[in-house]
Design a protein around this ligand. Structure first.
Ligand SMILES: Cc1ncc(COP(=O)(O)O)c(C=O)c1O
Length: 484
């Protein structure tokens, strides 16, 4: 008998086991919650700990699934219309790394833009790849960064025909999706794999008013954070294999290498349930969220000092938008997004997903309610009246990041000794570190690249501002680590 989308075999198996209240002589050591701290226990209740089990026949094995996990993964694959899906319990971070390790061999090159999640650089190091960098697009009217355009990808493939794959982040953190149909067409015409970080897009397939998803556009491998927008618990993600150009057995081995052997079964079960919910109720639930987000966007756009770009704004730039992500531009308030984030947190009991100098990003998910949007709108209305700073002349810009890679990031990571040189003498050296200033929130320095004067000047300018630079290793940005 075929399993149907209205079932949740993995959840049911763990639930049935948990209900039996069996005596535990297996990990974890808290023994069905008995030794969990009392304060935590009184907040969570005890049932949840009966779900925290380990690998045994009742609940199947993530690394060698033959029963309920296998069935749940098959249902996931069917729900998305792909050949295979694998559950991930270390988020899309491990999914990105798995894509590189399974699609490429050490020494292969891959075309991608710099607006990548940090796990991508980890994947490049683990897999020993040569990155071919595309310049991300800056939109100075909206103060956001966009992924590379199809023309840039086509040009890079022409210039570097040896590249194995193209990697795209779509949607971006702001919900902006690339022209995936055109990109997939370019990739496949040129015999390149298309790998998509769709961490922010597990819901796109389930409502017709969303931009096209990577699976529908025929990407070869896609990673999605089911926990970010659908209702899985944190860390619950999925890797979809959508073409016979990918060796599924190799993907399985790689995913197994990257995952714990003690997956959390509550997280695993929640992936199964999130799939069932999205298939059965996604159209309705996501439709309500789209309406609520558009309501919020309209209200925010009536305020004097806040601005929230629309789908039309993004479409006119050749991209598309998942409207459930509200990017609220705050530059006219004279305060930074980080300051407004603090005000929202401290004065209004509202926490957004992230903020930078220019924007707040309020992410909606399948559990969002219109009442939440109303609270955000009310708070912004209030802030619009009460809080004003002095308007700054901040500009989102980037140096040219299509630099020459002299060594692979992996070789720098493992082999070479490094030394520190002062910022004004670093041009021409090979970087031995990653530096990611916020904003722009993308790596400006990558291990293995030839440091340009333009990059040094850019970092020098940032060092005089109150900007957080991840990877800095020292208190001030006076020196940079380079290959000795
Ligand atoms: C674009 C992008 N890709 C990947 C990730 C990593 O996802 P996860 O948190 O599921 O590991 C994130 C996380 O924020 C992200 O924004």
């Amino acid at each position: 008998m075929k399993t149907k989308q209205d079932s949740a075999p993995l959840f049911e198996a763990v639930y049935n086991h948990a209900k039996k209240r069996m005596v535990s002589f297996h990990t974890p050591g808290h023994k069905n919650g008995r030794s969990i701290d009392k304060k935590l226990l009184s907040f969570t209740g005890k049932n949840v700990y009966y779900f925290d089990v380990t690998v045994f026949p009742d609940v199947d094995s993530l690394h060698d699934p033959t029963k309920c996990i296998k069935q749940a993964q098959e249902l996931m694959a069917k729900a998305y219309g792909v050949e295979q899906s694998l559950f991930l319990v270390n988020g899309s971070s491990s999914g990105n790394q798995a894509m590189f390790l399974s699609a490429c061999k050490p020494g292969d090159s891959i075309i991608l833009s710099r607006n990548i999640h940090k796990s991508v650089l980890g994947g490049i190091i683990l897999a020993g790849l040569w990155p071919i960098w595309l310049q991300p697009k800056i939109d100075q009217n909206l103060d956001i960064i966009l992924d590379a355009e199809p023309d840039q990808i086509a040009e890079a493939i022409k210039k570097f025909p040896e590249a194995k794959a193209v990697f795209i982040t779509s949607p971006t953190y702001n919900g902006v999706t690339s022209d995936l149909l055109e990109i997939a067409n370019i990739c496949h015409k040129n015999n390149k794999l298309l790998l998509v970080d769709e961490a922010h897009g597990p819901h796109l397939r389930f409502h017709r008013d969303f931009p096209i998803s990577a699976v529908e556009a025929d990407a070869d491998m896609i990673v999605q954070s089911v926990h970010k927008i659908l209702s899985a618990l944190s860390q619950g993600s999925v890797l979809h294999i959508n073409s016979d150009r990918i060796d599924f057995n190799r993907v399985k081995k790689v995913v197994s290498m990257l995952q714990t052997t003690s997956p959390n079964y509550l997280t695993l079960s929640s992936i199964d349930l999130a799939r069932r919910q999205a298939v059965l109720h996604g159209e309705k639930l996501l439709g309500e969220i789209i309406d609520a987000a558009e309501y919020g966007r309209k209200k925010i756009n009536r305020l004097k000092n806040f601005f929230c770009f629309t789908r039309e704004d993004i479409r006119s730039r050749g991209y598309d938008l998942d409207v459930t992500k509200l990017t609220v531009n705050v530059t006219k308030t004279g305060l930074s997004g980080l300051e407004i984030e603090d005000i929202l947190n401290e004065q209004y009991n509202i926490q957004v997903d992230c903020a930078d100098l220019f924007n707040l990003i309020a992410i909606m998910g399948i559990g969002s309610a219109k009442a939440d949007v109303q609270k955000l709108v009310n708070a912004l209305e209030d802030i619009d009246i009460k809080y004003h700073g002095i308007e700054k002349n901040w500009n989102l810009n980037l140096p040219s990041l299509t630099t020459e890679m002299v060594m692979t990031p992996r070789d720098v990571f493992f082999q070479k000794e490094s030394k520190r040189v002062s910022l004004n003498k670093a041009a021409g050296h090979i970087s031995a570190q990653t530096l990611t200033p916020y904003p722009p929130g993308i790596p400006i320095l990558i291990p293995g690249e030839r440091i340009t004067k333009e990059i040094c000047d850019y970092l020098f300018e940032l060092s005089s501002k109150d900007i957080r630079i991840s990877g800095q290793e020292t208190d001030t940005l006076k020196t940079i680590k380079v290959v000795k």
